[in-house]
Design a protein. Structure first.
Length: 447
């Protein structure tokens, strides 16, 4: 089976041409004021679940099927990484189905070029060590939003018997045998949690990861591992218990929907004074975010059994304070687009970023559009709501900043040009088309 990649013209690509992003990329996003967005939107699968769930297949030998896989550039890069290790990758973009055959996977080296395209590539470390007892990786790239210390990964893997050698921009990891341990994370890092769980799945004995991240995407990842045959339990407080097994089997698994894309679309409705319906939105995973939308004054309706969300925007949004935190706190990945909305809310809002120290860079770009924002310290911003934003040329520093600036552009008078389209395409699957479907005037352009 060849790889079928659909784009606007539904072209088909043979396997040798994978991934999608080899063609020349548009270099900016043009957004024109588009008030009162209105309509229903289908969600994509969760990008942050897709990447680790795909990499966990390194632990298996055989053919797996992963469904609801989004075609964002980050996810495509992870599939390309698997391919370089020897996996056979077939991806139908229209059906969002990836078939991954790891029968003859044998590589343990990931090039710097691939590693620097997305930070999630570091999640190859745990499964490579579990299956092959070695890994040779470059330091990962991705967004410029602050440190994501690899210490959380490395220190605990060293406790499991892994030896690390740093060679310039590369790390070489090896072990004679992984050893079960009680591992303690200083911070509930999602990536470190996932890497340690994957390393532990094939390690004899019981490994506990204490102070583990328990985000919805982590639970989705654990559910897939359990379907593969892993023995995993959740213990109080914030502990993942992994009892090692000898082998994990291939899997047929459907990914969760993207709660972060859902939040971004709801904010698009909020900032434009519109009405947006998301029948697939996992509302039961979005509690604090939805509560804050209600505090602003928006009407939020939740479907039966916690699935599906509708928002009817208020005409008089109020200022609120938010502080990011690990789940179930306010998600750092929705802080930037929420700030864009707060720039038009009546009163004074405080945004505290407690996860990444450089994740307020979009603030200075919003100021170019007429927002009144003060950033007295690296992790806090004070927003004084204004009546109007104005189109400008702005620069997105990361995935979520690109979304924030696009949303601001939808509400701003005139035309906004967002530089940094690579971040937009890394993080979202044709989000511009979804916004167009509810009335947004937005296009991707090459210069």
């Amino acid at each position: 089976m060849g790889i079928i990649m659909s784009n606007a013209s539904h072209q088909k690509y043979e396997e040798k041409t994978f991934p999608l992003n080899e063609h020349k990329q548009p270099s900016y996003i043009r957004v024109q004021q588009s008030l009162h967005l209105d309509g229903e939107v289908e969600l994509s699968g969760a990008k942050n679940a897709a990447m680790v769930n795909l990499l966990s297949l390194i632990l298996t030998q055989g053919k797996s099927i992963i469904r609801n896989v989004p075609a964002s550039d980050d996810v495509c890069n992870i599939m390309e990484l698997l391919k370089t290790l020897g996996a056979v990758v077939c991806y139908d973009q229209e059906l969002h189905v990836a078939q991954i055959d790891t029968t003859h996977l044998e590589g343990t080296y990931v090039s710097a070029d691939l590693m620097k395209k997305t930070r999630a590539s570091i999640l190859a470390l745990g499964p490579l060590l579990a299956r092959f007892k070695k890994a040779h990786l470059a330091f990962p790239g991705g967004d410029v939003i602050g440190a994501r210390p690899l210490d959380y990964h490395i220190k605990n893997l060293e406790k499991m018997g892994v030896v690390f050698i740093e060679n310039g921009d590369e790390i070489i990891a090896s072990t004679e045998q992984l050893i079960h341990r009680n591992l303690l994370l200083e911070y509930p890092s999602v990536g470190a949690t996932e890497n340690l769980v994957m390393a532990a799945t094939l390690t004899e004995g019981v490994t506990r990861i204490i102070n583990a991240a328990l985000e919805p995407e982590v639970f989705d990842f654990l559910d897939q591992l359990k379907k593969m045959g892993a023995q995993i339990e959740i213990e109080v407080p914030m502990t993942i218990k992994v009892t090692g097994v000898k082998i994990l089997k291939p899997v047929d698994y459907e990914l969760m929907y993207d709660r972060l894309e859902a939040g971004s679309l709801l904010l698009a409705g909020a900032i434009t004074g519109g009405y947006i319906s998301l029948p697939q939105a996992p509302a039961h995973m979005m509690g604090l975010f939805l509560m804050k939308l209600q505090e602003v004054g928006h009407t939020v309706l939740i479907g039966k059994n916690g699935t599906g969300v509708k928002i009817k925007a208020t005409k008089n949004p109020r200022a609120v304070d938010i502080k990011t935190a690990p789940y179930p706190g306010f998600p750092t990945d929705l802080q930037a687009p929420f700030m864009a909305m707060l720039s038009l809310a009546r009163g004074k809002s405080l945004v505290k970023e407690a996860v990444f120290e450089h994740r307020l860079m979009h603030g200075r770009e919003l100021i170019k559009m007429g927002a009144q924002i003060e950033i007295p310290q690296y992790d806090a911003a004070v927003i004084y709501g204004v009546d109007t934003l104005y189109g400008s040329t702005v620069i997105a520093s990361d995935i979520r900043a690109s979304c924030a600036l696009v949303l601001a552009g939808l509400a701003a008078c005139g035309t906004t040009k967002v530089i940094g389209i690579n971040h937009w395409k890394r993080g979202y699957e044709f989000l511009e088309k979804k916004l167009q479907s509810v009335g947004a005037v937005i296009d991707l352009f090459e210069e």
